[in-house]
Design a protein around this ligand. Structure first.
Ligand code: PMP
Length: 357
């Protein structure tokens, strides 16, 4: 049985990347060791981390005045690191577009003076609120947004104009799946386990002038210290960085972010069209706010949702169950997810609908 993994993260990785990792597992480039066994101070690992950074810079066209950090602690640790480094006892603005935004806001409230300038909580986070530059206090330290809301299936279609206030984006679930201009952000962060590689690695891209001047009380949480040490202040997640490097190479070979975004649009369109055409399934998300990478759908009947999920799981469509806070189904179609899997799901949805009608 062919298995399609619709997990929201950790998620499907490109097959060629896994095969390459397998072929290099026991002996990395004649070293007689696996990458897992290499010292993070060895020249072989130095080359891996430098290549990973260079490839990411190329893929995202990251300007020279931005630093790239490979950290740990997931996007969740960034929820605290961002205000600790940039807004301690200062004002920070947030847009609340879902469960992850909310967690970012809660973490910041312990450190900064937080103002939530827009929220879609009134409609269960099914849309992206509009904001204009007039809504943004120009004295604030930053504006935090979640570009793609993994659980709710919404995404900012354009990046808001925040005037001179730097935008900090949690891009965990759509980094490298959209042709963003890094210049539009003061900082971008993302947990790796969706479009980048295995869990355990968090990528931070930060404009140099935003690096904190004052040391943060805990060295590991200090962006400047991490930047000054080239992400090697302590032992980094070496194997995750190695796999990320292979994923970046794979993506570059495919044609980069523009090429993969075109594929992602095709995959998403196939599923959204099937949902639109169906008399059973519907999308709970506002049409103008839809995500390309996380696509929730429902039948409107919890028992039917349960039956669908059970049948889908048995047929090889894995991890389609929606997040427990939303219910229904959710297909996560990250970069490595094959279009054949979307077509197979659409066919399966049609036959399920025909059976229950
Ligand atoms: N932000 C977003 C948008 C996410 O999707 C997730 C994880 N699914 C997180 C933050 C939390 O990430 P982590 O588990 O890496 O802390």
């Amino acid at each position: 049985m062919t298995v399609y993994n619709f997990s929201a993260g950790p998620a499907v990785l490109p097959r060629p990347v896994l095969e390459r990792a397998q072929s290099e597992l026991l002996d990395y480039r004649g070293s007689g060791m696996s990458v897992m066994e290499l010292s993070h101070r060895s020249s072989l690992f130095e080359e891996i981390i430098q290549d990973a950074e260079a490839l990411l810079r190329e893929l995202m066209a990251i300007p020279d005045n931005y630093r790239v950090l490979f950290l740990q602690g997931g996007a969740s640790l960034q929820f605290s690191m961002v205000p600790l480094n940039l807004a301690k006892n200062k004002k920070a603005l947030y847009i609340n577009t879902g469960s992850w935004s909310k967690k970012a806001i809660q973490a910041a409230e312990a450190v900064a003076t937080v103002e939530v300038i827009a929220s879609s909580e009134d409609k269960h986070f099914t849309y992206i609120p509009e904001i204009t530059v007039d809504n943004i206090d120009q004295t604030a330290t930053y504006l935090h947004i979640t570009t793609n809301n993994t659980i709710e299936g919404t995404a900012f279609q354009t990046i808001p104009d925040a005037g001179k206030v730097p935008i900090i984006a949690d891009m965990s679930s759509n980094i490298l799946a959209n042709e963003y201009r890094v210049e539009d952000f003061g900082m971008i962060y993302a947990g790796a386990q969706k479009n980048i590689g295995p869990a355990g690695l968090t990528v931070v891209i930060i404009r140099e002038d935003l690096l904190n001047e004052e040391a943060v009380f805990a060295p590991m949480l200090d962006y400047r210290l991490q930047a000054d040490n080239g992400s090697l202040y302590n032992t980094p997640p070496t194997y995750s960085i190695y796999i990320a490097k292979l994923v970046f190479e794979w993506l570059k070979e495919l044609g980069g972010v523009a090429a993969i975004t075109a594929q992602d649009r095709q995959k998403a369109a196939l599923l959204y069209q099937a949902i639109e055409a169906s008399n059973l399934f519907s999308s709970p998300v506002d049409k103008n706010s839809r995500s390309l990478t996380n696509i929730p759908f429902i039948t409107g009947d919890k028992e039917l949702d349960r039956q669908f999920n059970e049948a889908a799981e048995a047929a090889g469509f894995k991890n389609l169950k929606g997040h427990r806070s939303v219910g229904g189904m959710r297909a996560s179609l990250y970069n490595a997810f094959p279009i054949e899997g979307v077509q197979a799901l659409v066919d399966f949805m049609k036959s399920f609908e025909a059976e229950v009608k």
